[in-house]
Design a protein around this ligand. Structure first.
Ligand SMILES: *Cc1c(COP(=O)(O)O)cnc(C)c1O
Length: 381
């Protein structure tokens, strides 16, 4: 049997029950379950606002766009970001014609506060922080830098559903937090996400922007007597970014199990840790920072012979992944090449091992035995 990187688990009967309610009611769109899920998400995260959207990519774009408008940033102003992320993170900045200044990563594969400080200029407006794999890295230091330099903090929490730092869901310090509930994330739906602004005013704006700039959603209009439903105003040139009740149905069920699922992810990670404990010369797991209870979306190791190891594992029917390639290796971001040596080096040395709820202890043993057998102790050139 082959072992895949990610296999999402759905509580099928519970999901179908929620979806059936939508179909029977005749309400699959914006409102209804999307509102119910937003309320449950606020209860769970203790974040003050939450707006359900159709992807984290859409949310990241909204975050940058709305902050740019609100704080009157100009084209060419700068946001410091990481090169070791999914391209959505950086595309969101580029969509708004702001300059991405890449800063290097630390041993957690998250932004390194020391390099971030070096990259601050008069034009810097915000820091885009990614909690890679669910890790908080040096988040607190980044929060301090934002306070010191009066920068906005955007938290790409696509991997961080359920991540806690010192016992609290991470993110309350950020100006905006964006989650992904894409098909293979640790809270999987099919495609959806959440944008959580600290300020209520910006949450209101996000709700309009995510539905083409229309200033009242269908559901709340239908609660009025309905006569003037069509007479809405259009405040902004908005986008079609909001989520729907079918995705929210699945998300509602997933949220019930999130803490339990993440605990099993951490169990898997600790089995891997145990297996690699005496093989530090071959396999270096990326550490989780102190005080972080990671969602464990990813289990990443650093090895000397990454490309060969990937091929060898595939031949053994094990299919790991890579998170991520240094974004400055892509043509669109090649202007950043050479600015983040640590990210560049690690990008050719990291592998994400299979991590999902269907894996057993035996699977983890089989994977780690293969990794230890096939990882090479040959030093890098
Ligand atoms: C998956 C991912 C996104 C985009 O999420 P979608 O919901 O698929 O748009 C953004 N940032 C990171 C770090 C991701 O892994």
């Amino acid at each position: 049997m082959s072992i895949q990187l990610f296999v999402p688990t759905f509580r099928v009967d519970e999901c179908l029950k929620e979806i059936k309610e939508c179909l029977e009611k005749g309400w699959t769109g914006l409102g209804y379950k999307t509102i119910e899920f937003e309320d449950k998400w606020k209860d769970y995260t203790k974040l003050p606002n939450a707006h359900f959207i159709n992807s984290a990519t859409a949310g990241l774009h909204l975050a940058v766009k709305i902050l740019k408008d609100e704080y009157k940033w100009d084209e060419g102003d700068e946001i410091i970001s990481t090169p070791l992320t999914f391209i959505s993170t950086n595309h969101a900045i580029a969509y708004e014609k702001l300059n991405i200044v890449f800063a290097d990563v630390d041993k957690y594969l998250c932004l390194d506060p020391i390099d971030v400080r070096k990259k601050i200029t008069k034009k810097t407006k915000a820091i885009m922080y990614v909690g890679l794999g669910g890790n908080t890295g040096q988040y607190k230091e980044i929060v301090d830098i934002c306070k010191e330099y009066d920068l906005k903090l955007i938290l790409d929490a696509a991997h961080m559903s359920g991540t806690r730092l010192n016992g609290e869901i991470v993110g309350k310090e950020a100006d905006v937090v964006i989650y992904s509930f894409q098909a293979v994330k640790n809270l999987p739906t099919a495609d959806s996400g959440m944008i959580c602004f600290k300020e209520k005013k910006l949450d209101d704006i996000a709700r309009k922007f995510s539905w083409l700039g229309i200033n009242k959603d269908t559901y709340s209009r239908s609660l009025d007597n309905g006569t003037y439903k069509w007479r809405y105003d259009v405040d902004y040139l908005g986008y079609k970014y909001h989520g729907n009740s079918i995705m929210a149905s699945i998300a509602l069920v997933q949220l019930r199990y999130l803490d339990k699922d993440n605990a099993y992810r951490r169990q898997i990670a600790s089995w891997y840790d145990e297996a690699f404990k005496y093989h530090k010369n071959l396999v270096k797991p990326v550490p989780v920072s102190k005080g972080c209870e990671s969602s464990r979306h990813l289990y990443i190791i650093e090895v000397n012979n990454r490309d060969e190891l990937l091929v060898a594992l595939n031949l053994n029917d094990i299919y790991p992944g890579v998170h991520y390639r240094d974004n400055t290796e892509y043509s669109v971001y090649s202007y950043g090449k050479g600015t983040c040596p640590n990210a560049h080096r690690l990008s050719s040395r990291i592998i994400s091992l299979p991590l999902h709820l269907r894996l057993t202890k035996d699977d983890v043993e089989e994977i780690s035995n293969n990794v230890i057998k096939l990882a090479s102790s040959i030093k890098e050139d």
